[in-house]
Write a protein that binds this ligand. Structure first.
Ligand SMILES: Nc1nc2c(ncn2[C@@H]2O[C@H](COP(=O)(O)OP(=O)(O)OP(=O)(O)O)[C@@H](O)[C@H]2O)c(=O)[nH]1
Ligand SMILES: [Mg+2]
Length: 234
């Protein structure tokens, strides 16, 4: 696995237009979860972040894991442990984008991750969304590109934008996050309002998947319920 990188190590100058990056956000402290980092908690036998990566593997060309410096070895282990000696040639490469300043919230994490991306578009997914549907993610990439938009963001009825399961054009979103961070805004929707974005509404989402894709795991109870469902479905 490549060494941990800071933001800006890979720039946009050598952007790879047709490829797709997944930025997986994992820089939170899982306070509602308890002592353990939920990113690496074993969900029905698989660390949660690894399940997210495995779900997305068929639809992206590379992964960038955004987290704090101290999380890198543990997450690296969670992503590679028990992988055996199997030849992983052809698998999307995984690198780390470490927050230069930790604990500035998910939007600052998105900024760090997108700055490290070399592709024109990237999907951002939180590490605690273990049911993320690759078909929906793929459709979000298609939607952003066909609309020539800077973002394709799902929105559920009566709910706010699903900004942590959305596709962004890396450069404008990275810059919009930077402006928001500089203004002291922490809400993930703030940079979105600086962009030309398309909203993917519930009806359209249902054409691809059910709304389970957006379920996020915050507490032990939610984690145990997710484990049970996964065990039942296997
Ligand atoms: N880089 C970065 N990511 C964060 C930060 N806070 C949360 N995240 C990530 O954003 C996503 C959604 O955040 P939460 O569900 O609030 O996760 P969390 O903050 O670890 O959990 P709580 O402490 O219980 O709020 C998760 O993937 C987190 O890892 C942060 O300060 N920096
Ligand atoms: Mg939080």
């Amino acid at each position: 696995m490549p060494p941990a990188t800071g933001p800006g190590d890979a720039g946009h100058a050598d952007a790879v237009p047709d490829e797709r990056t997944a930025v997986v956000l994992a820089g939170g402290h899982s306070t509602r979860f308890g002592d353990e980092d939920k990113a690496v908690a074993e969900l029905a036998g698989t660390p949660m972040i690894r399940r997210v990566v495995d779900r997305l593997r068929p639809v992206v060309d590379e992964f960038i894991i955004n987290c704090r410096d101290d999380q890198v070895p543990v997450i690296d282990d969670a992503l590679t442990a028990d992988a055996g000696d199997s030849d992983d040639a052809g698998e999307p490469p995984v690198s780390f984008a470490v927050d230069p300043v930790p604990d500035r919230g998910p939007m600052a994490g998105i900024m760090t991750g997108l700055r490290a991306a070399r592709t024109e578009f990237a999907v951002v997914v939180a590490c605690d969304m273990p049911f993320v549907d690759p078909e929906l993610v793929s459709s979000l990439f298609d939607r952003a590109a066909s609309a020539d938009a800077d973002a394709a963001v799902p929105r559920l009825e009566d709910e706010w934008f699903q900004t942590t399961q959305a596709v962004y054009r890396t450069e404008p979103m990275g810059e919009a996050c930077e402006r928001a961070v500089d203004r002291g805004d922490r809400r993930v929707v703030e940079p979105l309002f600086d962009l030309d974005y398309v909203v993917v509404e519930t009806d359209e989402i249902r054409d691809y998947t059910d709304l389970e894709t957006f379920e996020n795991v915050n507490t032990r109870e939610e984690f145990d319920a997710a484990c049970e469902r996964l065990a039942d479905s296997s």
